[in-house]
Design a protein around this ligand. Structure first.
Ligand code: FAD
Ligand code: MG
Length: 344
């Protein structure tokens, strides 16, 4: 079953739209070992450098598939599916789900509910996970929003109790957690240089084999690259309105929902990239800051710190935080765009 999800490499190179470049640059002194797979509805690529790299890359792929089986909202065999259909009864969770949910709830709290893991009834009504995309009626959304409130999630030890009718969706944080888990697995295996491309999530282990930083591109919303970041040992996670959307009657509706309204977040931003030590934080915050918009995102950064960001707004303006001033540069046609550097 799992082997089905491992992609033939030639095919996946054509399909991959990830943002890490130079990933497979042939000039590396150390041999690159690459595994590609289709997981969490995206194409993933793990590149590990050094001896025993293939074994470590294969273990990484197994770990990703294990987490996918646990965390999917749509797979009827997953733990999350079971919890979402528990009818309000307490459910015992595995260690991974407890750790991820716990970290996610902390982010829900710190972002004041801009990230809300109980958003699933609304996401499903829009059809983003089922493929039957549609604009739900206002009354339907209002009713569903009554079930959305992360503060109603009771996680005691490894036992989760959801109010009847509530359903959780870890889609905004699961790839980040997966990146953290895979990076830890590789470090345990003695790997010192690796690149994880998990859809819009990039996670780097160490530096490139030649000791220089990884160069990660920030995608421009309309395609191409807006900028380039140099990073080591970081997660670089992007959420954008251009990734998953549908069009109806001339309007575009995307998959990042404002939990306050039940509608796709219209905050004036088209893309948010978070640069952080932990993938789960980067993933949760990229979604939450997209919902918040530029002003609240800046306040959140000033109050909480510990990460950097690249915001792209609807006018094409780019705002970055001070910590990446020396490691970020606009790229190509984007060098003409306005660039603002935020200070604490
Ligand atoms: P992010 O910004 O990181 O997350 C957006 C996603 O989070 C939305 O799609 C929604 O699910 C949820 N969300 C939206 N708004 C909020 C909010 N305010 N707070 C919290 N969460 C929010 N997609 C499929 O179409 N079919 C599948 O079978 C499928 N299986 C998956 C299995 C797993 C284990 C995972 C992790 C994802 C899967 N996906 C699947 C993709 C998933 O539905 C999301 O589209 C994806 O995780 C979005 O990631 P992102 O990086 O594009 O956006
Ligand atoms: Mg996210």
């Amino acid at each position: 079953m799992k082997a089905v999800r491992l992609l033939p490499i030639a095919l996946s190179f054509l399909l991959l739209t990830g943002c890490a470049w130079e990933a497979a640059a042939p000039a590396q002194a150390e041999e690159a070992h690459t595994v590609e797979l289709l997981a969490m509805d995206t194409i993933m690529r793990i590149t590990v450098y050094g001896p025993d790299g293939q074994k470590a890359a294969d273990q990484a792929a197994d770990r990703i598939l294990e987490l996918e089986d646990l965390l999917s909202t749509t797979d009827t065999g997953s733990e999350i599916y079971g919890v979402n259909h528990s009818g309000g009864a307490p459910a015992a969770l595995s260690g991974d789900t407890v750790r991820l949910l716990d970290q996610a709830l902390t982010l829900c709290e710190s972002t004041g509910g801009a990230l809300d893991v109980t958003i699933y009834p609304v996401v499903r009504a829009w059809g983003f996970t089922t493929g039957a995309c549609q604009v739900p009626g206002g009354d339907e959304l209002a009713g569903l929003l009554e079930q959305v409130d992360y503060r109603e999630v009771a996680l005691e030890g490894s036992v989760l109790t959801l109010p009847r009718g509530a359903e959780i969706d870890l889609g905004a944080v699961a790839k980040g957690y997966t990146g953290d888990q895979v990076a830890a697995l590789l470090l345990d295996a003695g790997v010192t240089s690796a690149l994880l491309e998990l859809g819009g999530n990039i996670q780097t282990v160490g530096a490139k084999p030649d000791g220089t930083p990884w160069r990660v591109a920030v995608q421009a919303p309309e395609g191409g690259y807006a900028g380039v970041l140099e990073v080591e040992d970081k997660a670089v996670v992007t959420s954008g309105g251009y990734e998953r959307y549908f069009e109806q009657d001339g309007e575009i509706y995307w998959h990042i929902i404002d939990p306050a309204t039940g509608y796709p977040a219209q905050s004036g931003l088209t893309s948010v990239t978070i640069i952080s030590d932990r993938g789960v934080e980067g993933d949760g915050l990229s979604t939450a800051l997209f919902v918040m918009g530029a002003e609240k995102a800046a306040s959140y950064w000033r109050e909480n710190g510990g990460f950097d960001f690249v915001l792209i707004d609807e006018e094409g303006g780019v705002t970055i935080t001070e910590g990446i001033e020396d490691s970020f540069s606009l790229y190509g046609e984007w060098t003409d765009h306005d660039l603002t550097v935020l200070r604490p």
